[in-house]
Design a protein around this ligand. Structure first.
Ligand code: PGA
Length: 256
């Protein structure tokens, strides 16, 4: 049985003060509840310590939005996986489309980052997904396959517990447009089949594949209820406690 994961990606929002407020509002709403899955928030680096303090004891885990591909050294502006671990982080997002687009990050960097994350006992959330014109020209599966085969076969020690995938069709991110359940299920099943080919059937059966792209309380239950969708990576709707917890409620309803 795959436990769902509802992960909030705060992106470039919320400094330590506002982040602490949001994390405690989420924590308050979830406190004392027995959840059938995992809840994660991924604040900006500087907000991580503040969230770590308030989230202690609540069913809210802590993640980061990226990390360095390097272990340490002369890499100005970077933050290493072991530093994140020391700060209380358990998950690191790698390969988000905004990193691909605005920072020109490549498969080689994704592979190196995921290996660093794994070397320190953390879990990686590896994002992939096609652009609008790639879908419109019928190349969505080809793109997804290339993104998965460009990284997964070269990882040092991936398994179903230290790696989570997130299918995020770029045309659905921050646009209010959501993949239809048909599209989401189709790409998720296709992705799981790719994982089976690359890492084996056992790993594929146990690996969580999240959906991301305008996921909100109103569509979470339907999306997360799909057979191959194991949770959500949430951008905009993770910035309001009510909406984010509404998505957790949707996930609970989907598995319950
Ligand atoms: P969104 O972002 O929920 O605002 O569409 C999702 C993401 O980028 O992870």
């Amino acid at each position: 049985m795959r436990r769902y994961l509802v992960a909030g990606n705060w992106k470039l929002n919320l400094g330590p003060g506002a982040g602490r407020d949001l994390a405690s509002a989420v924590g308050e709403r979830l406190r004392g509840r027995t959840l059938h899955g995992d809840v994660l928030v991924c604040p900006p680096f500087v907000t991580i310590p503040a969230v770590a303090t308030v989230a202690k004891g609540d069913p809210v885990m802590l993640g980061a939005q990226t990390c360095s591909a390097h272990e340490n050294g002369a890499y100005t502006g970077e933050v290493a996986a072991d530093m994140l671990k020391e700060a209380g982080v358990q998950y690191v997002i790698v390969g988000h489309s905004e990193r691909r687009q605005y920072h020109r990050e490549t498969d080689d960097e994704f592979r190196a980052k995921i290996d660093r994350v794994h070397a320190h006992g953390l879990k990686a959330i590896f994002c992939f997904g096609e652009l609008l014109d790639e879908r419109q020209s019928g190349r969505a599966e080809e793109v997804v396959r290339a993104q998965l085969t460009g990284v997964l076969p070269r990882l040092e020690g991936p398994n179903a517990y230290n790696l989570v995938l997130a299918y995020e069709p770029v045309w659905a991110i921050g646009t209010g447009e959501t993949a239809t359940p048909e599209i989401a299920q189709q790409v998720h099943a296709f992705s799981r089949a790719q994982v089976a080919e690359i890492l084996g059937a056992d790993v594929a059966a146990n690996m969580r594949i999240l959906y991301g792209g305008s996921c909100k309380p109103g569509n979470a239950r339907e999306l997360i209820g799909l057979p191959d969708v194991d949770g959500g990576l949430i951008g905009g709707a993770s910035l309001k406690a009510e909406d984010f917890v509404g998505i957790v409620d949707g996930a609970e309803a989907a598995v319950g």
